[in-house]
Structures are given as C-alpha cells and as structure tokens.
Ligand binder design. Structure first.
Ligand SMILES: Nc1nc2c(c(=O)[nH]1)N[C@H]1C(S)=C(S)[C@@H](COP(=O)(O)OP(=O)(O)OC[C@H]3O[C@@H](n4cnc5c(=O)[nH]c(N)nc54)[C@H](O)[C@@H]3O)O[C@H]1N2
Ligand SMILES: Nc1nc2c(c(=O)[nH]1)N[C@H]1C(S)=C(S)[C@@H](COP(=O)(O)OP(=O)(O)OC[C@H]3O[C@@H](n4cnc5c(=O)[nH]c(N)nc54)[C@H](O)[C@@H]3O)O[C@H]1N2
Ligand code: SF4
Ligand SMILES: [Mo]
Length: 680
C-alpha cells in the first residue's frame, strides 16, 4: 500500500451568504478529501452548513466545465464544441472591436453578481476592465438594494451591531429573515443568548425552520411590515416606553415620527397586517421593557414594492427605546460599512472616459435586451445565472434568444444561462484562487490563498479579465498586476480608518483580521447620515421625492389574481448554486408551493398534487403543500431550481415582475399576484 500525505489547510467559504465561514480543508495527495469548519475562526467556530460540507461534490463534479466552448447549434439548445482559449479570446476581442466601431462600447453589457464573493473576482479586475472598455454600467440591485438604501436613510450606512455581541441580547426579534437556513451562525449566537435567558421572536409570512427555532411566531401578511413597526411605535409612545434622553441626544425628527405613529392604532394595524391587535400590544410592551433587545432584519421583507420603507421604518425602532446603548442591543440589516474597501483603487472608475455612459438596472435585464437604444449587442455574464435568478424570466430568455446578441458566459457549470451563450468559458472554483473576503454580517476580513491547481483549462475571473485587457491592448501598468497588488490597493485605509493595521502580511499570518479591532460597533459620536444622528425624519428622502417619515404603502400589483406569492431561497441551495447537485436536490425533494388549507379546499385542490401557478408574465408548475404555514390568500415557494430536463417549468422567476421597489432600484421578487389552477 502506498502512503498518502494528508494535510489540513485553511480556506474561506466563497458563497453569497452572510456567514463567510472559515473552512478547514483536508487534502490527500493534492485532492480534497474533507471540508469542515475552522474551529479557530472567531465567529463561525468550526460549524458549517451541510451544503459546504458537500462542496467536494461540486469541485470534482463530473459536469464541471473544463475548457472553453463555442456554440455550434441554435440558441437555447446547449450545442457546443470545444475550442482553445486563444480562439475564444480572439472571437471575443474581434466582437468587442466591431461593436465599439459600429455601435459604440455602450452596446456591451456586463452582467454579474456574487456567485463568488471574493473581492478580486467579484468586483475587482472585471470592473476595471469594463470601465476601461466604456461598456454600459450595471446597477447591481438584485439582492438588497432597497433595504440597504432604506436602512441608510435611518442610520447612514450598513451599520448594525457586531454579531458577536448578540449573545448578550435578552429579546431577539428575527424580522423577515430565515436565519436557520440563511445565516446559521446568527441562529447559533441567538441560541447562546437564549441559554442565558433571551426570548426569540420570529416575524414572517411563512412558518418555516426559523419559526420552529424561535420561541414565538408572529404571522404577518406580506408587504405590511412598516405598518407593524408603526403600530409598535404607537404603543411604545402611548405607554411612555421610550428613552427620551437617547432620542434627544442621538436622533432627529422624533416629533414628526410620533405624529405619524399616532395614526397607527393596533386596531388599524391588525387590519393591514393580519396580526391581532392584542399581539401587537404585547410585542410592543415586550420590546419596550426587555433590554438589551436586538432586531435581525432580513432580506425577505425588502423584496417588495415597499421594501425600502419597511426596512427604514424597522430601523427606527431601537432608536425610540435607546436599545443601541447596551451591548447586544440595536439592530442589523447588514454590516458592510465596517469593512468597506477602497473601491476607487480596485475598480478604477476614473478609467471610464464617458462618466455619463448609461446604467442598466440588473432587475430589468429582460426589458434592456429588448428595448435599449443602441441595443445591447454583447452580454458578458459571470458570477451569475440570470436565466434563473432574474425576474420576468420569459422576457429575459426571449432577449437572450436574439440572433444579433453575442453572449459570453463564464461559469463552473453549463447553467441554464449557458444555453443562450455563443462562447462558454470555464471558471476556477475559489479553492484555485487568491482572493480577499469580507462579510456582510461579521466584521472579519479573510485572505484566501489557492489550495488547488486550476482544474482543466479553468481560469479565475481575475485572470480572464486581465488577459482579455492585455489582448485589447489596454495599459499594462493598470492591468498586468498580481492579485496581491490588488489586495494591497483594496486594503488602503485612507477612506476607512477601521481598516487601519489590516495588512496582507497580517492576513497571511492570522488568516483573518477584524475591522475596527475588538469592541467594534456603531459609535453615536457621529453617524454618516446628513445630520450625523439617527434620522427618524429624513430631509434627504423628502428631496428625493420619498415620504420623509415612515409610512405604510400597499403593494402595487393590481388585485387581478387572488394570491400573493413570495418566492424566497431554500435551505439546501444558495440561490441557483447547488441546484445541480444530486444529494442537495434530493434533500429539497421537489419545487413546492405552500397554500392555506382553507384556500385549497375552496379550490378543490389536495396536498401533493401538481398545480399551475400563473399570471400574465408566465407560469410555474409546482407541487402543492397545504396546511397552516401561510395565511389565507398567500402562497410561498422556496428555491431557485434549474430548468428540469423534461421541460417541466419549475423556475419561479417566470412569475416575478421587473417592477422596481420604492428605493435603490431594488427587486420585487416577492410582490407577485398569481392564480392557481389544477394541472390536468
Ligand atoms: N441556504 C441558503 N442561504 C442563503 C441563501 C440561499 O439561497 N440559501 N441566499 C443568500 C442570499 S444571496 C441572501 S440575500 C440571504 C437571504 O436570506 P434572508 O435574509 O433570510 O432572506 P429571504 O430568505 O429571502 O427571506 C427571509 C424571510 O422573509 C420572509 N418574508 C417574505 N416576505 C415577507 C414580508 O413581507 N414580511 C416578513 N416579515 N417576512 C417576509 C420569507 O418567508 C423568509 O422566511 O441569504 C443568503 N443565504
Ligand atoms: N425569485 C427569486 N429570485 C431571486 C431571489 C429570490 O429570493 N427569489 N434572490 C435574489 C438574490 S437575493 C440574489 S443575491 C440573486 C443571486 O443571483 P446569482 O448571483 O446569479 O446567484 P446564483 O444563482 O448563485 O449564480 C451564481 C453563478 O455564479 C457561478 N460562479 C460561482 N463562482 C464563480 C466564479 O468564481 N467565477 C464565475 N465566472 N462564476 C462563478 C455559479 O456557478 C453560479 O452559476 O438571485 C436573486 N433572485
Ligand atoms: S454557505 Fe454560509 S453557512 Fe455555509 S459554509 Fe458558506 S458561509 Fe458558512
Ligand atoms: Mo442575495
């Protein structure tokens, strides 16, 4: 028997998940044999999710793309033939030159998101390349744009409490967040707080894993959270459960907010939200008397027409009670503000010759492919799977089918988007790359050094855009640089004093370093709002044509169809990533739609049968699950499944609108009206 050399090395989870876990990877003879959590990681402490424990199945998947290919059959059919990188680069460069000459560089559109969260590969060399090229800009709004802007109006930026402090919390509100599935370490910290006496309340439209984890569940109608928060404020103010000193010292606009909240009596709020008035009273009194209290605000409630305002409104609650004062008190929507990097240095927007070049909102890709002038002639997709994740999928796909559109897709797999590609390029997994990771939840920056050689002919996004730039004869001093050089640029602390002392050398030595060091948390000396304080009234909103004081606005889709459908992510996939892995797909069984038992009875539908969920945009065929997990009139489906081989129409974005949310150009994935028909 030959002996095998086994080593365990440090890695980082690259996926679009708040936890950004530290990984411990075992290699035998250069092959990964096991992936577990790094026990030394200060926040994730050795625990990782089941998805990433199975990551070897993804890295060594037999269907991984290993070489470039070009289309040899009709669009939409996955007919490809192997080519070399030089031929691929040659075709892309020739196309780019032709488009630039005939239509202008604006006719080229990048389309990317965070399939890999590494700074260099998600918002580094790629951005630099497209700026230099003069391509149309992409507004990356598909995830948290509305909520981030809403929170910013109140707090000045993505500034919440340090999640490590949440073990001190005594009242834990999980608001529109499926924590157990989507931010498991926050659930672990909540469980630790509970062992020390905390009570956990989940406010959601769907009774799910997180509801079972919580001590109490509050079932709310979709898109009505601002009303609930205003109802809580009504009671807090009426009953004198507010912290007048904190309000005086750290907020502006209390009088305007109080006047507004006065109109939101628990009875009125019950009518809007479906939450009984007595429950609203009880929740508000708990919130006003238990301290420290913490609100984890999720992404779910901001995927609605009124999502920005919902988050802005909830973010006002801890200011009224002064919850921010105590360790473990306050709120968090995201924490990106702490570790913000020097984007100007890495993305180089100064290379853009025409700063007025058009910007395309990624939530409106469907319309962009059909309506823009000059038309989009080249679409360059990486780190994203728009044929599945973008709203109004039928419109997106008919655009992708345009014969005069040249599409390049860089990915690890032949995704549904690749069906429409002219050139498919193979991407490395993050294990093969050098990169820098931040988290949008905890405060640690982590360095990743490659632990595998690139597989087949795979290239990282960084290498792809660097090599493409050199073939376009772009400036060598700007593009012919190393990963390490770009990481040094990113860490420049000029604009962010919290990065002071964080260096490549330090990251190499320790693996991770914390933004702001120990004891980070919002400082109320001065917040980055215009007034420097928490803005309960926002003059900036008024100037932007938004209501300056929190208010509830109803969802916008006409009530032509009887049900409101929310289409969130599931436990075993990350967006559409992992949906091609057999074991994980089996755990999710099949694409389901949850309906209240009374609604099902009225329609003569039974649990387990296949139904057609449809509206004017399209249809999805899903398996019906009936019960009491959703309120009457509401439907919930979870998971972004790939097209099934039989053409079974299970992709739910066929139903979702391109309509934008109230703020930030955000997506409205959860504000769909639909009807449900028996599948005969
Ligand atoms: N397992 C897993 N983890 C993930 C992801 C994944 O796909 N799978 N995706 C990652 C990404 S990109 C993101 S953005 C995050 C998202 O993770 P979360 O922030 O948890 O957001 P969602 O799961 O979209 O929605 C959260 C909850 O909001 C509920 N909800 C929907 N509408 C409303 C409403 O109007 N009011 C209230 N109160 N609740 C509502 C949904 O039922 C859901 O339970 O998770 C990340 N982590
Ligand atoms: N209906 C509905 N739609 C949604 C959502 C929802 O809740 N409901 N959630 C929305 C949200 S919050 C988000 S964040 C978006 C996510 O949308 P996307 O960012 O498109 O997410 P994924 O589906 O995970 O696709 C990422 C792709 O990037 C590829 N990839 C991974 N690493 C690399 C790499 O290093 N290089 C390259 N070139 N490719 C790589 C993966 O293989 C995968 O195909 O989806 C949105 N769409
Ligand atoms: S997907 Fe999230 S929870 Fe799972 S290992 Fe990655 S960062 Fe951790
Ligand atoms: Mo997201």
């Amino acid at each position: 028997m030959t002996s095998t050399a086994s080593t365990t090395v440090r890695s980082v989870c690259p996926f679009d998940c708040p936890d950004a876990c530290g990984l411990a990877v075992t290699l035998e003879d250069g092959l990964i044999t096991q992936i577990t959590g790094d026990k030394e990681h200060p926040v994730t402490r050795g625990a990782i999710c089941n998805k990433v424990r199975q990551l070897t199945d993804r890295v060594y998947h037999p269907e991984r793309l290993l070489y470039p290919m070009k289309r040899v059959g009709p669009k939409g059919t996955l007919a490809f033939e192997r080519i070399g990188w030089e031929e691929a680069y040659g075709e892309i460069v020739a196309r780019m030159h032709r488009i630039m000459k005939e239509q202008g560089a604006e006719a080229i559109l990048p389309y990317s998101f965070y399939g890999n969260m590494g700074v260099l590969n998600a918002e580094g060399m790629d951005r630099r390349f497209f700026h230099r090229l003069g391509a149309s800009r992409l507004d990356r709004t598909i995830c948290n744009a509305a909520g981030a802007e809403g929170y910013k109006y109140t707090m000045g930026g993505s500034i919440g409490i340090d999640p490590e402090d949440t073990v001190h919390t005594k009242l834990f509100l999980i608001w529109g967040c499926n924590l157990v599935s989507t931010n498991m370490h926050q659930a672990m910290l909540a469980a630790e707080a509970r062992r020390k006496g905390a009570k956990i309340i989940h406010i959601d439209v769907h009774r799910n894993r997180t509801s079972s984890f919580a001590d109490r569940f509050i079932h709310i109608r979709p898109g009505t959270d601002a009303a609930l928060a205003l109802g809580m404020m009504h009671v807090l103010i009426r009953d004198g459960l507010i912290d007048r000193d904190f309000i005086h010292d750290h907020t502006v606009g209390y009088d305007e907010l109080a006047a507004q909240a006065a109109a939101y009596s628990p009875r009125l709020v019950e009518d809007i939200t479906g939450v009984p008035a007595a429950e609203i009273e009880e929740l508000a009194v708990l919130y006003g008397t238990v301290s420290p209290s913490f609100i984890r605000i999720g992404n779910g409630l901001q995927h609605h027409d009124n999502g920005g305002m919902a988050i802005r409104t909830i973010a006002c609650l801890p200011a009224l009670t002064g919850a921010w004062r105590e360790r473990g008190g306050g709120a968090m929507k995201g924490n990106g503000w702490y570790s913000r990097l020097n984007a100007d240095k890495i993305e180089r927007p100064d290379l853009l010759q025409d700063p007025d070049v058009r910007t395309v909102n990624m939530n409106q890709l469907g319309d962009a492919l059909h309506e823009l002038n000059p038309p989009v002639h080249m679409l360059f997709v990486y780190n994203s799977n728009p044929a599945i994740v973008a709203p109004d999928q039928n419109r997106v796909r008919s655009g992708l089918l345009r014969e005069d559109l040249f599409t390049v897709v860089h990915d690890l797999f032949l995704t549904d988007t690749c069906k429409y590609a002219d050139i498919v390029l193979p991407a490395t997994s993050h294990f093969e790359n050098t990169d820098l990771y931040t988290s949008y939840w905890h405060l640690y920056l982590q360095l990743h050094e490659p632990i595998l050689e690139p597989m087949g002919e795979c290239k990282s996004n960084f290498t792809l855009f660097k090599e493409l730039a050199l073939r376009m004869c772009f400036e060598k001093d700007v593009f012919d640089i190393s990963e390490e050089q770009m990481i040094r640029d990113a860490l420049d602390s000029e604009h962010n004093p919290l990065l002071k002392g964080i260096t490549v050398e330090g990251l190499k030595q320790y693996g991770w370093m914390k933004a702001g060091g120990e004891g980070s948390g919002p400082s109320f000396g001065r917040l980055p709002t215009p007034s420097g304080k928490i803005e309960l009234y926002s003059e900036a909103m008024r100037r932007s044509g938004l209501p300056p004081v929190p208010v509830h606005a109803p969802l916008r889709e006409p009530e032509k169809y009887p049900f409101l459908l929310t289409t969130g992510p599931n436990h075993s996939f990350i967006n559409s990533t992992f949906a091609n892995q057999e074991k994980l797909r089996k755990l999710e069984k099949e694409p389901l739609v949850h309906m209240h038992a009374d609604d099902a009875a009225k329609l003569g539908l039974t649990d387990g049968e296949k139904v057609i969920v449809r509206n004017d945009r399209g249809e999805a065929r899903l398996t019906l699950r009936t019960g009491r997990d959703v309120l009457p009139g509401v439907l919930v489906t979870q998971g972004l499944w790939w097209d099934d081989a039989g053409g079974g129409k299970q992709a739910v974005n066929a139903l979702t609108p391109q309509r934008l949310a109230d703020m930030g150009g955000g997506a409205t994935f959860f504000s769909n009206r639909v009807e449900v028909l028996k599948l005969r």
